[in-house]
Design a protein. Structure first.
Length: 327
């Protein structure tokens, strides 16, 4: 098959994903590099864009935000990357579901040679997001109690490991006993799979009534009421995903009634809004991997040509850990 990419001309189910010629033949513009992809990261936000939960700038649109590959060519004015160099990116215009791609060079950063491409693709966005949530957004301190929802997912599994390395007590919640066991194996102090309406009582019992100092909330609509009852006074709910739909709006009265709590909807790229910040964030992620403190947990690999099947599997919650697409 010749070089190709995925696009969608309308929002909807996985069937809206269609192939189109890749831009490999396009002339490089000044400030760009051409990256030949080795592995492409799959993220829940890909589904949000495809379904219209997150609007795209215009249709038809590419899809995907991250990939690991090799620089094939550099455009005028790019003196900090070179052909043959191993690189990755985790932001920019949608379009990483592609065999090859021209990218703004300032969005591309080095990837260490010791890191396999598929593990790198599973780590870029998710690792940067985890670093942002733990270190920049919640500023988690040793001894705090953190509740991680969807703890067997791509970001959830990294959060469990990173929080343990930061000295937190981790209560994990997952959608099945098997997924909870996976979170426990990653280091969670307690791993639950109870219905959401039972979760507040269990968290309260586990913490002697104190509840969780911080909740990492990526489920959304289905779990929101439970999260509001699991948070400690003056605690923080970091809502960074909507796997079951958008959570309801929260009034200032509800924040007060819940214990003068804080709620935020953090965006990784608001915290990492420059090349220097992105490189620093990824350096922290790579160090955590190299030191054995976190590992990318790839649950499934799909051929890039089977991207629609990957979307169907993730959307139906048939997957665990990270999903990677291979050109």
């Amino acid at each position: 098959m010749n070089d190709f990419r995925f696009v969608f001309a309308r929002t909807g189910g996985p069937e809206v994903l269609e192939t189109a010629p890749a831009d490999a033949a396009a002339d490089l513009q000044p400030g760009q590099v051409r990256v030949r992809h080795e592995a492409i990261g799959f993220n829940l936000i890909d589904i949000y864009f495809r379904t219209g939960v997150n609007p795209v700038n215009a249709l038809p649109s590419g899809i995907g935000l991250e990939a690991v590959g090799t620089v094939e060519a550099v455009g005028e004015g790019v003196d900090y990357l070179s052909p043959g160099q191993r690189v990755g990116y985790a932001t920019g215009e949608l379009g990483s579901y592609s065999t090859v791609r021209n990218m703004p060079a300032d969005l591309v950063f080095p990837v260490p040679d010791w890191l396999p491409a598929d593990l790198g693709a599973a780590l870029l966005t998710k690792g940067m997001t985890t670093d942002m949530l733990v270190n920049q957004c919640a500023k988690v301190q040793p001894g705090q109690t953190a509740l991680v929802l969807a703890a067997a997912g791509g970001v959830g599994s990294l959060l469990v490991q990173w929080l343990k390395a930061a000295g937190a007590r981790v209560i994990a919640h997952a959608g099945s006993p098997e997924k909870a066991a996976r979170a426990a194996a990653l280091g969670a102090d307690e791993a639950l799979s109870c219905p959401y309406d039972e979760l507040p009582a269990q968290v309260k019992a586990l913490t002697g009534g104190r509840k969780a100092n911080v909740i990492f909330e990526s489920v959304g609509a289905d779990s929101w009421a439970a999260s509001m009852r699991c948070i400690a006074r003056t605690g923080l709910i970091a809502s960074f995903g909507n796997a079951s739909g958008r959570p309801p709006a929260v009034t200032t009265r509800e924040l007060a009634d819940a214990g003068s709590i804080f709620v935020t909807r953090p965006n990784t790229f608001h915290y990492n809004d420059s090349r220097e910040k992105r490189i620093a964030a990824m350096d922290r992620v790579f160090r955590m991997v190299e030191q054995g403190l976190i590992r990318a947990d790839i649950g499934q690999r799909f051929a890039l040509k089977d991207a629609a099947a990957a979307h169907s599997a993730v959307e139906s919650r048939q997957t665990v850990g990270s999903t990677v697409l291979l050109p």
